[in-house]
Design a protein around this ligand. Structure first.
Ligand code: SF4
Length: 343
């Protein structure tokens, strides 16, 4: 089991549930937008927020955000050690350092000393994109990511610093999985998992689900951040689904619906889409399993195994709660009838 390391007051690692981190995408100059995005992620359930700090004026965002949200903040710093020091002073709870671009030992030591003095943790984050050379295989990239991290840890540990988390992210599933497996066998620092630059929405969701899913199902990983070329809200939603569908955490209702086939005699794809949108509007957050099935082949079975379910026949649907038939509905009314039962 990993040790526990904090980001502000958030414990990560040990027996704590796997945490969710999000990252802001709004330009920091647009304070209103930044606050709005952070609040939206907080409502969605994110537990720590990372912010890219590019230049000195960016460091002020920590104090501004802390007036509006109560989440710990991590600063993502690259290339400039002095920015890391400024972030520590300005109230960030964690600093992410990239060993591939802040590498000078004397500078890393100085950051470790200041972080220790101010109770700020450090995430050592190596990404495949930071390497200049090409690797012949996911295995060799993974080994290099681990090696770079190990060397960096020695410098931090040399300062008596151990409030460390680690991330080893490739833009492909295999290098990420291999690197994290190797690292977790050698160290007990909490692991922040993610696939970097994972791609557009569907590709990114699949890569993240595969990579994070494989590792989490092996008990590896303590905090996750899903990266998508999409809004930060969807990254957090995807992270919640990954954890919920692995039975690691529970956040809200799950819809079980069939893919439909030529047996289906209703417009199930439209019905499920409508039901999902309407359910979202209710802000219902209990972990119910709600089934919507297209015909009597698998429909009644799945519907009965869910907490609430409906199985369609020819236009008509039977509504179940566990084993009990609650009543009947039809294509037009099924969304409202199911929502009533959910409530
Ligand atoms: S439940 Fe029925 S309609 Fe849906 S995929 Fe299975 S056989 Fe087809």
């Amino acid at each position: 089991m990993s040790k526990i390391v904090r980001i502000g007051n958030l414990e990560v690692g040990g027996k704590n549930p796997v945490r969710i981190k999000g990252m802001l995408k709004s330009p920091l100059a647009d304070t209103k937008k930044v606050i709005g995005e952070a609040k939206r992620l907080e409502i969605e359930g994110v537990e720590a927020i990372r912010i890219a700090v590019k230049e000195e004026k960016d460091v002020k965002i920590a104090a501004i955000l802390k007036k509006h949200i109560s989440l710990p903040l991590a600063a993502d710093v690259h290339f400039h050690p002095f920015l890391a020091l400024r972030c520590i002073k300005e109230g960030f709870d964690q600093i992410r350092l990239n060993p591939l671009n802040i590498a000078k030992r004397s500078e890393v030591r100085k950051i470790a000393q200041e972080a220790k003095r101010n109770n700020v943790s450090i995430r050592v984050g190596v990404n495949s994109g930071g390497f200049k050379k090409q690797f012949s295989s996911p295995q060799s990239l993974a080994r290099q990511m681990v090696k770079k991290t190990e060397d960096y840890l020695k410098v931090l540990e040399g300062e008596g610093f151990s409030d460390i988390m680690v991330s080893l992210k490739g833009s492909d599933v295999l290098s990420t999985v291999i690197a994290n497996r190797i690292f977790s066998q050698r160290f007990d620092y909490p692991l922040h998992l993610g696939i970097t630059a994972s791609g557009p929405f569907l590709q990114g969701v699949i890569k993240s689900s595969l990579g994070l899913g494989m590792l989490l199902s092996e008990g590896i990983g303590n905090i996750i951040r899903v990266s998508l070329t999409a809004s930060s809200f969807w990254e957090v939603r995807a992270a919640k689904y990954i954890l919920q569908f692995l039975n690691l955490r529970k956040f809200g209702p799950e819809i079980i619906s069939c893919p439909t086939c030529s047996r289906c005699e209703v417009k199930l794809i439209n019905i499920v889409g409508r039901f999902e949108r309407e359910l979202e509007k209710t802000n219902f957050n209990k972990p119910l399993r709600i089934a919507l099935m297209g015909c009597i082949v698998n429909g009644p079975g799945e519907a009965k195994q869910a907490d609430i379910g409906a199985a369609f026949g020819k236009r008509k649907a039977v509504i179940f709660r566990k084993d009990k038939i609650l009543g009947y509905s039809n294509e037009k009314n099924i969304v409202n009838d199911l929502l009533r039962e959910v409530r």
